[in-house]
Design a protein around this ligand. Structure first.
Ligand SMILES: [Zn+2]
Ligand SMILES: [Zn+2]
Length: 282
């Protein structure tokens, strides 16, 4: 039986009261809910502030926490870790954005805080698009306007996305580079509105990414949030990508990617079922 056939009761991707686009509920309440649901390990992986020269493409600039919150976030997270020791294992980390051209900024945050972290995720949320940086995951309208119109078609947007993911995996971000790639197929978020003509359009580059991840001993965030997005309805990464990851023995770590208390543990049972299905288990 492959080692990844069942998922440990671990939520490896969560947001906190410090997230400017989250519910702002107390982190303590997220943790209480995780304990209630029987999770044994729970990672706090907040979005760090974005690099100084980077223009946050969201209307209210809420992609990452404010710079003045970074230090208090770690203080808060480490305090919660201590307070709940014995009840639940809290891991402290970040969901770091890989932004092409801003590698040294990312590395600076990792070098400064890496020693305090015992978990972390690496994400790609931003691509160059119409008028500057754009989010891959803001809205179907923004995806069309900022990316599809800019690149020419949905296929070309996916090509740009996976190219950035490949760079993220291959770039040396120093000794504290996150070991886990988050929501690997985030470009599928609006797939029901903006479908690919061939769902495996980027297969060759995706397989290269998985090979590189295996070589580096990286893990995969099995991110259930996509199941609940009305235009996605699919786990990140897509099941065919999971199957390829499984072949390569890349470990899966479930992540709710929750931004509110009610989302803690969301889709865990479904994620487990999908893993069994993909692994061909009864
Ligand atoms: Zn977020
Ligand atoms: Zn994310």
């Amino acid at each position: 039986m492959p080692p990844t056939s069942t998922l440990p009761r671990r939520d490896g991707h969560t947001h906190t009261q410090f997230c400017p686009h989250g519910s702002q509920e107390a982190t303590e309440l997220f943790i209480a809910r995780a304990i209630e649901l029987g999770f044994e390990t729970y990672s706090l992986t907040e979005h760090p502030p974005l690099p100084g020269g980077f223009v946050d493409p969201t209307p209210d600039q809420t992609c990452g926490m404010r710079w003045e919150d970074l230090e208090p976030y770690f203080f808060h997270a480490l305090e919660l870790k201590q307070r709940h020791a014995g009840q639940i294992e809290i891991r402290v980390g970040l969901e770091v954005d890989y932004i092409p051209g801003f590698e040294s900024d990312v590395r600076e945050i990792l070098d400064s805080y890496g020693a305090q972290m015992d978990d972390a995720l690496l994400s790609v949320h931003f691509l160059e698009g119409k008028g500057g940086w754009r989010c891959v995951d803001l809205s179907p309208e923004d995806f069309q306007d900022g990316l599809v119109d800019f690149y020419g078609d949905v296929e070309a947007v996916h090509e740009a996305y996976w190219t950035a993911v490949k760079q993220a995996v291959e770039t040396d971000l120093g000794p504290y580079k996150p070991r886990r790639m988050s929501h690997l197929s985030l470009a599928h978020k609006f797939q029901l509105k903006h479908p690919l003509k061939n769902p495996q359009h980027c297969r060759p580059v995706i397989l290269e990414i998985l090979d590189a991840m295996r070589e580096q001993g990286m893990e995969l965030d099995l991110d259930a949030a996509g199941l609940f997005k009305p235009d996605c309805r699919e786990i990140y990464p897509a099941p065919w990508i999971m199957r390829e990851a499984l072949k390569r023995r890349i470990p899966f770590v479930y992540g709710s990617d929750t931004h509110s208390v009610k989302g803690v543990g969301q889709g865990f049972d479904e994620a487990e079922q999908i893993v069994r299905l993909v692994a061909g288990l009864p």
